[in-house]
Design a protein around this ligand. Structure first.
Ligand SMILES: [Zn+2]
Length: 80
């Protein structure tokens, strides 16, 4: 899902979502908290800071790229 030890940034707006804590082999804040805050992880791709950025990314690419749930949200993992 993500490279170890790399900062997590939004794939669209490049906002920094979490810093890599190399010593502890984790991210600050941890991915669990990013999920709660509304950030969107996409397997083998990366993160978006929000559903809005995921949608804008697709619009910029001009095609549908991500699976969406019944609510139209990009969702690959159960909501916390
Ligand atoms: Zn974003």
């Amino acid at each position: 899902m993500k490279k170890p030890f790399a900062d997590i940034v939004c794939a669209h707006c490049e906002k920094l979502l979490a810093r890599a804590d190399v010593d502890r082999d984790t991210h600050v804040p941890p991915p669990e908290e990013l999920l709660v805050s509304g950030a969107v992880p996409v397997p083998n791709f990366g993160w978006f800071c929000s559903q809005e950025c995921a949608t804008r990314y697709e619009q910029a690419k001009g095609r549908r790229m991500f699976d969406r749930n019944a609510d139209g949200e990009v969702q690959y993992y159960p909501k916390p």
